[in-house]
Design a protein around this ligand. Structure first.
Ligand code: ZN
Length: 251
């Protein structure tokens, strides 16, 4: 394992991304906090003032659905103005130029797509859409949050009258199998795996870099704090992503 400062790391990453044939980026909360989105799983984070609405409750209780929509509408105001940062933009540019196969993300804010990334595996779904639990109908989120804010009524699916929920993975809800399988497949195929801004503790975040590394991929971990997988990495950097990616772009 090589530990490196932002300057050296940028140079090394630049070299590896130019010579890899199947590079994959994996992103966690750290990339979004640099766009001003709070890390909602951290202690004292914005969600600690809310009670958790578990998926089963959401499915079964009208009151729980109302509480869920109230919380999400409040959070929506904070998400809505966030803009992609230099790291999102770099990953998107790499995809466009054929240097990066795609992005696997734990985030639900849609900032990768906003930056122009097209191949994005969203392990926890997206807060930019609503989805009907009963017929899988999808729509952009904005209209439905506005309607809830105006009426204080939980919206119903216009197609089947079913239960509309943010297209995110709630506590107690399984990860989407197709997304998870595609992510594992990418990790297996990768020869360069960039783990960016994730503590790599929760599953499947802990497994994907491990799968990549055991298949022989170079593993790069950039995170403010150490992670349990640092020992497997070809390069670890303890820095803000922006510090590294500003330099990657300049070099
Ligand atoms: Zn429906």
């Amino acid at each position: 394992m090589q530990t490196s400062d932002a300057q050296q790391a940028a140079k090394q990453i630049r070299e590896w991304i130019d010579t890899s044939t199947f590079a994959v980026a994996f992103t966690g909360a750290g990339i979004s906090t640099e766009s001003g989105i709070p890390d909602f799983r951290s202690p004292g984070g914005m969600w600690s003032k809310y009670r958790t609405v578990y998926f089963d409750e959401f499915c079964e209780s009208t009151e729980a659905r109302h509480e869920y929509w109230r919380q999400k509408s409040e959070a929506h105001r904070k998400f809505a103005d966030a803009e992609p940062n230099v790291t999102h933009r770099t990953l998107s540019a790499w995809e466009a130029s054929g240097k990066l196969h795609g992005v696997i993300t734990q985030n639900i804010d849609g900032l990768h797509q906003q930056a122009g990334s097209e191949r994005v595996q969203q392990l926890h779904g997206t807060a930019r859409e609503v989805c009907c639990l009963d017929c899988s109908w999808h729509d952009h989120i904005d209209r439905w949050v506005k309607e809830f804010q105006k009426t204080d009524q939980v919206p119903e699916c216009p197609k089947c009258g079913g239960r509309l929920k943010h297209a995110t993975v709630s506590f107690g809800q399984p990860l989407p199998a197709n997304v998870l399988n595609a992510s594992i497949e990418w990790a297996i195929q990768s020869d360069l795996f960039l783990a960016l801004g994730s503590s790599l503790i929760v599953e499947p975040a802990a497994s994907l870099p491990r799968i990549a590394a055991s298949g022989g991929a170079k593993l790069v971990i950039i995170n403010r704090d150490e992670t349990p997988l640092d020992g497997l990495a070809s390069l670890t950097v303890r820095a803000a992503l922006g510090e590294v990616f500003e330099v990657v772009n300049d070099s």
